[in-house]
Ligand binder design. Structure first.
Ligand SMILES: NC(=O)c1ccc[n+]([C@@H]2O[C@H](COP(=O)([O-])OP(=O)(O)OC[C@H]3O[C@@H](n4cnc5c(N)ncnc54)[C@H](OP(=O)(O)O)[C@@H]3O)[C@@H](O)[C@H]2O)c1
Length: 303
């Protein structure tokens, strides 16, 4: 496993485990996935207070605690979405300092931990009082409750503000050869570790592309109708034996941390195999495949 170090010294494994789709209702299955990830040198686990309205943090925290003495691991979670656990509903957006400093105590309790390695703002708008949010993160850092902070955002104007005004370590956004919207500003984000979510575009860059396309993208994606995507992925599959490796090669070349999301152990096993193939892949193979996709840009929330 290759590693990449962030500004604050977190040494992220090239592949991280996104815990959003873990089967948290089946703790044994969830533990099998996490244990396998650790055994394969994955050291970063991404959750959020919102995932399953607190249950994801509880399950992931409980499992990881059993391995903390044996492995050097990092936990990342997110804040900003107010939710009602009993109603299982998101109820609002709150990036305020007071809210963040109260909510971290809830996340720490659910995780069963005394600090959070990476605390991320789970979204945000240009109308937020972003300097108040930054102050909250800076205070939590000096109090030793977090080691570093970052944002999860696909809004160029919000990203620009945090990049210029904060000491954020990481930016999480969806990134893969199809959703290549971030490309126009990635290189300018000097010193920021990119956490690439959606690395297989929810299953499109896998051998189950047709199934995931029909199930998850009935209206197509961006300006691609479903039929066009079906043709593109069928063509990719005719020329490449591993679509996941193609997307991972694209992300490795960008220096991103691949936050792989899985719901089964088999998917994680396959994705780790694809990571090995990606590391050995010829650059031209990926570049030729990449040309099948249009260059996208974020149409709203621009600078
Ligand atoms: N706003 C945010 O901050 C935000 C938003 C989204 C995600 N995230 C984070 O990023 C992580 C990854 O995001 P994502 O779940 O969108 O990423 P993804 O890796 O593109 O998609 C994950 C899904 O793709 C399918 N899949 C993965 N590997 C597969 C394989 N080898 N074969 C067949 N299908 C496969 C599975 O779908 P099925 O489960 O349907 O089989 C899996 O749940 C999340 O876990 C979460 O930690 C953050």
């Amino acid at each position: 496993m290759e590693y990449t170090e962030s500004k604050s010294g977190l040494n992220f494994s090239r592949m991280a485990l996104g815990c959003m789709n873990l089967p948290v209702e089946d703790e044994i299955a969830a533990e099998e996935i996490i244990e396998y990830a650790l055994s394969q040198h994955i050291n970063f686990f991404d959750t959020a207070d919102l995932y399953q309205f607190g249950r994801n943090e509880e399950t992931v925290g409980k499992i990881l605690k059993r391995y903390q003495s044996r492995y050097n691991l990092y936990v990342g979670t997110k804040v900003g979405n107010e939710f009602d656990r009993s109603l299982q509903q998101k109820t609002g957006w709150n990036p305020g300092r007071k809210y963040i400093k109260a909510e971290i105590k809830m996340s720490l309790r659910r995780l069963g931990m005394d600090h959070i390695d990476l605390y991320q703002l789970h979204g945000g708008t240009i109308e937020d009082d972003m300097d108040d949010t930054i102050l909250a993160f800076e205070e939590l850092k000096s109090e030793g409750l977090i080691r570093s902070y970052g944002i999860s955002s696909i809004r160029p104007n919000v990203i620009d503000h945090y990049y210029r005004k904060s000491n954020m370590d990481t930016l999480m956004l969806q990134l893969n050869p199809l959703d290549n919207r971030p490309e126009e500003f990635l290189e300018a984000l000097d010193g920021i570790t990119i956490l690439a979510r959606g690395p297989v575009m929810q299953g499109l860059f896998t051998d189950c592309h047709e199934y995931h396309l029909k199930e998850k993208f009935p209206d197509g994606i961006f300006n691609y109708p479903q039929e066009e995507l079906s043709r593109i992925f069928a063509m990719l599959a005719r020329h490449h034996d591993d679509l996941t490796a193609l997307s991972f090669k694209y992300l490795i070349d960008k220096g991103a941390v691949i936050v792989t999301g899985v719901s089964t152990l088999e998917q994680l096993e396959k994705n780790l195999e694809s990571l090995k193939k990606a590391a050995a892949m010829d650059e031209n193979e990926m570049k030729t495949a990449e040309k099948l996709f249009k260059k996208e840009r974020y149409e709203v929330h621009r600078l």
